[in-house]
Design a protein around this ligand. Structure first.
Ligand code: NAD
Length: 439
């Protein structure tokens, strides 16, 4: 059990709220480090899959779940009462934007309200969901106190620890990514440190929950701004007929002062396009703003349109009228994952259809998507269908991409990820940011 004071904190039983891209790998990590974990989720389909040892995430193998279940220390459940049995409760639920691009904390508030009903003295509650600075103090603390009748910092502890997981990235295991931790009080921070030190290789303690919250938003705003800048440079390179990818590789050789970011078909996912807008919203509340975030968001949203214009121009050069068909390879927002949240591929499809083109897609990880009320199913790729497609847009560079087949049979290939680099003899292959002419 968690001790309420001093440095003698030990956390055997953990409740992880939300068993998605963040919560599931975290839950399994705690199980593997000999904790008992209640993996709590409101999605009955996910709970059933987990209980049957089935994963819904490409990064998590079925065998990992099976082996965690076999320890007798992993309990996937939809029962919030299990919170009472936990020493520490970690919240990993979605924090999306609403239709006016402002923070939507309704899912988080629902989860916090449920936790509050089952809270007891001596527990530690950590928020891991990405959010604006102030959320832990202004939302989590009062809601938990109200629901439980307990006092934060005295009866129970609160902290914030941003999740930095990078789905699809095999270079870093979850526990190898340094973990930022913080607490409402010094003792809360000590508890958080004790909890995460038991599973992470390195724990970085910061002075307040606000600092920890803003750290996450800074990291993702930095990526949004730099990637959007690279997309602007890519569009300039198209006009100048210079290969942006070669320019970046050259710039990268400087051993200091330059960090490489790459252009692409727009940034998707639940973090990079979303988190900066949480910061912008918070800044606006304090009468200020980030011009960089504003501009980068605009640039990012404009990229699907840029691709559509490029593809239409390329198609218009074709003589055969039957070629108004476009196949998109990959709709996931990034390589080797099955996530289409905020994927610019959805906008790309909508815009291509509005431009009068017939659109299909193939994604080995995503069997079906909804765009503008229409359902699209992933089609199988074969030589003949490629020959009868006007243009293949390479949107996601999944490792499984049948590049040779696409390049051999498609009349035009528009590559947004530079996977066709070096195919200089293929004059029907065009790369984003590598000039308007041939590749
Ligand atoms: N996906 C990433 O790469 C990533 C990386 C870092 C941080 N984050 C942040 O982590 C948080 C979670 O993101 P995610 O990608 O894991 O989302 P997700 O949608 O994959 O998982 C969230 C899970 O929470 C469940 N859930 C929803 N409401 C609930 C409730 N009231 N009680 C219990 N479970 C509930 C959902 O069913 C879902 O399984 C977000 O704030 C996100 O910004 C995500």
């Amino acid at each position: 059990m968690a001790s309420g004071s001093g440095s003698d904190h030990s956390f055997q039983q953990i409740a992880v709220i939300g068993q998605g891209y963040v919560g599931l790998p975290l839950a399994l990590l705690f199980v593997n480090k000999v904790h008992t974990v209640f993996g709590i989720d409101v999605d009955p389909g996910k709970i059933e899959a987990l209980r049957n040892g089935k994963s819904y995430l490409p990064d998590v193998m079925d065998e990992e779940i099976v082996s965690c279940l076999a320890t007798g220390r992993y309990y996937p459940t939809d029962r919030f009462e299990k919170v009472t049995e936990a020493d520490a409760i970690i919240i990993c639920v979605p924090t999306p934007l609403n239709s006016s691009h402002s923070p939507d904390l309704t899912i988080l508030e629902k989860a916090v309200s449920e936790i509050g009903k089952h809270l007891r003295k001596g527990q530690l509650v950590i928020l891991e969901s990405s959010t604006y600075p102030g959320t832990t103090r202004e939302i989590l603390q009062p809601m938990l106190e109200l629901e439980s009748g307990l006092t934060a910092g005295i009866d129970f502890h609160i902290g914030y620890s941003p999740e930095r997981i990078d789905p699809g990235n095999e270079n870093y295991k979850v526990e190898q990514i340094p973990k930022i931790i913080s607490g409402l009080t010094k003792q809360c921070a000590e508890c958080a440190q004790a909890l995460y030190s038991s599973v992470f290789d390195m724990v970085v303690r910061v002075s307040s929950t606000d600092v920890a919250e803003l750290t996450k938003l800074l990291e993702n705003s930095y990526r949004l701004i730099n990637i959007s800048f690279m997309n602007e440079i890519a569009a300039i390179c198209d006009k100048l007929n210079i290969d942006v990818w070669e320019v970046i590789e050259a710039a990268k050789t400087k051993p200091f002062g330059f960090t490489a970011f790459y252009p692409g078909p727009g940034i998707g996912g639940h973090c990079i396009p979303v988190d900066p807008l949480y910061l912008q919203w918070r800044a606006n509340k304090f009468g200020t703003e980030s011009k960089f975030i504003q501009l980068s968001d605009e640039v990012n949203r404009s990229i699907p349109n840029y691709i559509v214009n490029r593809v239409r121009t390329l198609l218009s050069r074709q003589s055969e009228p039957g070629h108004a068909r476009v196949l998109i390879y990959g709709v996931a927002y990034k390589k080797d994952i099955n996530d289409v949240r905020e994927s610019p591929a959805l906008d790309l499809i909508r815009l291509l259809v509005e431009a009068g083109l017939s659109v299909s897609y193939h994604d080995p990880y995503i069997p079906e998507i909804q765009v503008n009320g229409s359902t699209y199913q992933s089609v199988e790729i074969n030589d003949e269908m490629l020959q009868h497609t006007g243009c293949v847009i390479i949107f996601t560079d999944h490792s499984a991409i049948p590049l040779e087949q696409i390049v051999t049979h498609a009349p035009i290939v528009f590559d947004t990820r530079n996977v066709t680099a070096g195919m200089h003899d293929k004059h029907h292959v065009y790369r984003l940011g590598a000039g308007l002419g041939t590749s």
